[in-house]
Design a protein around this ligand. Structure first.
Ligand code: ATP
Ligand code: MG
Length: 378
């Protein structure tokens, strides 16, 4: 609708940021298409395509060669650019779009003439309009003619940053990086909150979270990561609260701290990797108890997914192998033997009182450390 322009501007900016490390590109919109052109240099086009394929808000993209708006140059450029593909193919067809109506040939004429030229040049080819090996597409636009073969499917979704800010609670596990990816895909700009309990959790466990976020940020751009010192709170809960309620009281403390940090960072929602029924703290009753402690809406994009489905996405975004590295998480260090699966909020709150964590919550927020995470592959 009327805000289309805003979306396009943010998308252009996201593309610029993603390609910046490779060099200078001219990025502009004409006739509802975004053009990305290197300015007088030859980039590694595979790398450019790889980066573009991870940017949310792009449904499809293609690599194109630019020809002058002149039929002979279109023929020449097509053979130069697609010669290899056309030599290997048995069948082909030509599709043409003529956005610039001043171009002397109409679309069907471009198709017929270019098709004929290709048949002369490549005796191996015949025309198949239904399922050709290669489709040569020519678009005659305002500034030039663009020649390409098939388009590649993009990352889909909506441009990151068009939906506002949210904070993902990130552990070193499989689920939360996937949850982060899914909400970034819906246009949210992310910051990340991680709870660490040294010496129960090691610096390597935190390093693993950094590595996961570096991979997620290939899709959603740079991320501010907040690491919360959680040891004292966990020790208090352990010492003073009923063991069966440990996880619930702890998770409520996480939500309270995360709400404060998120709000300070101008974030309007929390995101977790919870999936209904996956573990004791993710039953309907347990989730109701944690939800109650959050001051912000909590998004749980994985709530209805099976582990297999979640793993499939984590492989696709290349976080799986890192997630399964064996470092302890603060959630697993004091896991009770008999966690409550149908807790009553009233009893959870009583145990929370006993744990005496009120002042520790403010202290944890104060001692939170922020670092800046940039995309890293591999
Ligand atoms: P994950 O695979 O994301 O670790 P999980 O299946 O292990 O999830 P839990 O340990 O119950 O499930 O954690 C549920 C959610 O709580 C996580 O998806 C994450 O959003 C959040 N969470 C858990 N541990 C931490 C932590 N140490 N720091 C920040 N958030 C956490
Ligand atoms: Mg976990």
């Amino acid at each position: 609708g009327l805000n289309r322009r805003t979306f396009e501007d943010i998308l252009k900016k996201n593309i610029r940021i993603s390609l910046k490390p490779l060099g200078d590109f001219k990025i502009y919109i004409a006739q509802s298409t975004i053009y990305v052109e290197p300015i007088d240099w030859e980039p590694d086009f595979d790398e450019v395509a790889l980066r573009v394929s991870k940017i949310f808000g792009i449904a499809a993209f293609s690599r194109a060669a630019v020809a002058k708006k002149d039929f002979d140059d279109i023929v020449k450029t097509t053979t130069e650019y697609l010669g290899k593909e056309l030599t290997a193919a048995k069948t082909f067809k030509v599709e043409a779009k003529r956005a610039d109506k001043s171009f002397p040939l109409k679309s069907p004429e471009i198709c017929a003439n270019l098709g004929e030229a290709m048949l002369l040049q490549y005796p191996n080819l015949s025309v198949d309009v239904h399922s050709p090996d290669v489709t040569v597409t020519v678009e005659v636009r305002d500034y030039a003619a663009y020649i390409r073969s098939g388009a590649t499917r993009g990352a889909g979704g909506v441009p990151t940053g068009t939906g506002g800010n949210a904070a993902v609670l990130i552990s070193g596990g499989i689920d939360s990086p996937v949850a982060a990816y899914m909400m970034a895909k819906r246009g949210l700009r992310l910051c990340a909150i991680h709870f660490a309990s040294p010496p129960y959790t090691s610096p390597r466990a935190e390093q693993k979270v950094v590595k996961l976020l570096q991979k997620v940020s290939l899709y959603c751009g740079s991320i501010n990561m907040y690491t919360v010192p959680f040891t004292k709170i966990q020790e208090n809960i352990r010492k003073f609260a009923d063991d069966d309620y440990f996880t619930l009281v702890m998770r409520r403390a996480m939500m309270r701290i995360a709400s404060i940090i998120a709000q300070n960072a101008d974030s309007k929602a929390l995101i977790t990797g919870e999936s209904l029924g996956q573990v004791a703290s993710q039953t309907l009753e347990a989730i109701a108890c944690t939800d109650d402690a959050s001051a912000l809406p909590v998004f749980r994009p994985l709530i209805g997914m099976d582990k297999e489905e979640i793993i499939k996405i984590s492989r696709q975004i290349d976080t799986f192998e890192t997630s399964i590295e064996p470092y302890e998480d603060c959630c697993t260090v004091f896991t009770p033997k008999h966690p409550r699966t149908k807790p009553k909020l009233k009893f959870v709150k009583e145990e929370e009182q006993k744990a005496q964590i009120e002042s520790l919550i403010d202290e944890a927020v104060e001692n939170t450390v922020m670092r800046y995470i940039l995309p890293v592959r591999g």
